[in-house]
Design a protein around this ligand. Structure first.
Ligand SMILES: C[S@@+](CC[C@H](N)C(=O)[O-])C[C@H]1O[C@@H](n2cnc3c(N)ncnc32)[C@H](O)[C@@H]1O
Length: 327
């Protein structure tokens, strides 16, 4: 798809407005702050969130039109009947840096996700997770796919490059979609948004309470980059999409963090609003909790602009399904 707008920030703020009329309903399991849900609501799908962290629920309720139930999701929970289920079951057990515990790990949300699909029997479900899940946990992934197929779904799996869906970030995530025939995934854009376009004037400013790197931190980074033969310093480059934002590198260790090099040579960490823009959250979306909690919510989120593209495909699917009992 070709680009149809000039100002990215204006585009985000407008495209992700939530319309008054919503034609379908989706349950969002492990909803976080509602990044995934925001894209669905903006496309015209009402959402109902389920999430255990209070700050996330508060952010969700403040910005979306919907309820977010603060609960610990378990396999024996009941849910209302809806056409769509979306969600990001916790992925720590599957991440490259994790301990590879997979199904034995109590933080694994898949058993609850599968039970919810069994009970709700939606027309379509979508599950987002780390890119490496199918290869690194191949047996477990096959078991999951078999289980979903036994519930009469065609399972479509794809790795999404977020920078092809109006997100200024090279994030890649695995998305599984369970449908009953005829789902067509969203088409990639043929352009990418740069960090500079997303941050705009923020990138040259020094915000109140700016967190500058100390000379000791700069030295540590210089040593780290020399030792790792790093060709591209890990400062934010304004002429390309940002590296993947994670909870760890937003608030975390020196060598890996996201930081801006100012004209005077100083480096500062990116702010919550800058991180939110790089995840394609509009400026009107406000996060609750302390700074660490806000960075965690942002790092965990599905970029709302990608979610919006996905939601449009879901609507197409529901509208074009012949004999759909809920359409
Ligand atoms: C990857 S994040 C989801 C991000 C979300 N999809 C978004 O786009 O903003 C996973 C979320 O699951 C929540 N969570 C983990 N285990 C849970 C459980 N058993 N019950 C409810 N929420 C849980 C975490 O608190 C975290 O916010």
């Amino acid at each position: 798809m070709a680009r149809e707008y000039l100002d990215y920030i204006e585009f985000l703020n407008q495209t992700l407005q939530i319309p008054d009329v919503q034609q379908y309903t989706a349950i969002d399991l492990f909803a976080g702050c509602g990044g995934l849900s925001l894209g669905f609501e903006a496309a015209g799908i009402k959402t109902i969130g389920y999430e255990m962290v209070a700050d996330c629920c508060e952010t969700y309720r403040k910005n979306l039109r919907s309820e977010c139930h603060q609960v610990m999701i378990t396999p024996d929970m009941d849910f209302p009947k809806v056409q769509i289920v979306i969600g990001g079951p916790p992925c720590q057990p599957f991440s490259r840096r994790g301990k590879q515990l997979g199904k034995e790990d109590s933080r694994n949300g898949f058993p609850s996700f599968i039970e919810a699909i069994r009970k709700i029997d939606p027309d379509i479900w979508i599950c987002e997770n780390v890119k490496g899940l199918p290869e690194q946990n191949a047996d477990y992934f096959k078991m999951l796919t078999d289980e979903f197929e036994s519930l009469d779904y065609t399972v479509f799996k794809t790795v999404i490059k977020m920078d092809r869906f109006d997100v200024p970030q090279t994030r890649e995530r695995m998305v599984m979609i369970g449908h009953r025939g005829g789902f067509i995934p969203p088409v990639e854009n043929d352009y990418r948004i740069t960090a500079g376009e997303a941050l705009g004037e923020l990138a040259t400013q020094i915000p109140e309470n700016a967190a500058f790197l100390t000379p000791a931190m700069d030295q540590y980074i210089a040593k780290y980059e020399a030792a790792s033969k790093c060709k591209n310093p890990r400062d934010l480059h304004m002429d390309r999409p940002a590296r993947t934002l994670t909870c760890r590198n937003l608030a975390g260790a020196t060598s890996d963090m996201h930081r801006i090099r100012l004209a005077d040579g100083r480096r500062r960490r990116i702010t919550v609003r800058e991180a939110a823009r790089l995840q394609s959250f509009p400026d009107w979306f406000e996060f609750s909790g302390n700074e660490e909690s806000q960075f965690t919510q942002i790092g965990n989120a599905v970029p709302p602009m990608f979610a919006y593209h996905l939601a449009l495909s879901v609507i197409d699917y529901l509208q074009n399904r012949k004999g759909d009992k809920n359409a």
